[in-house]
Design a protein. Sequence first.
Length: 273
Amino acid sequence: MGHGIAQVSAMTGWETRLFDVDEQALGAGMEKVRANLEGGVARGKLTEDEKGYALARLSVTTDLAAAVEGVDVVIEAVPEKLALKQDLLGRVAGVVDPSTLLASNTSSLSITEIADGVEGPERVIGMHFFNPVHIMKLVEVVVGGWTSRDTVERARTLAVEMGKTPIVVKDSPGFASSRLGVALGLEAMRMLQEGVATAEDIDAAMELGYRHPMGPLKLTDLVGLDVRLGIAEYLHETLGSDAFAPPALLKRMVAEGKLGKKTGQGFYDWSDA
């Protein structure tokens, strides 16, 4: 998600820095950005000049202080672990200007809890992008308990300038999209587990019957089964609803390392992808 957000930011015309503690991860992120841009040129969506301009505006660094120096906006996209997000934004808040917007790309964690202990919590907000970022139009703007009205408007404006359609939701477990999407995905897994239909046919039911662009099982493969499991466990715990209890099939596949496209195997075979 981080490289996708950085790509769209650079394409919007903003100087953008992509940060990671791992140089290999940074290299892989940049390769994905280049591949996305080259794909856009091949499809006639971008010109060679536009590709070049976007790449010229995007730099990478493993130095957090250098990454956030003089910036107006920070968008974190680290794994869905509350303590990790709190620590990162807490460190960032101590070195950036007090007016810098601090956004989290979390898909389910509480923005209020993420902002707890962060200097200037009124500037902390959720900006939940969707994968692939350069294609998907939706951004959930999540309003935490301390988030100011000005911060909400700044986040909405940013999303629009990036070519996205923002929706504003309150800080509730799973927000709007994850709560609905995960419920559908988990039920699809239960159906597969019970032998109701194949993964392909379950996905086709939603794609052809409800005009979803992608079925829930294929989408889970793209998101990552481990990510979906973590979100399901969080929603099950916070909402107390059995609708979010992770199916045994999901737990087993994660334990076996079948995490979806990123490992080459999930509900589908991605080894040649």
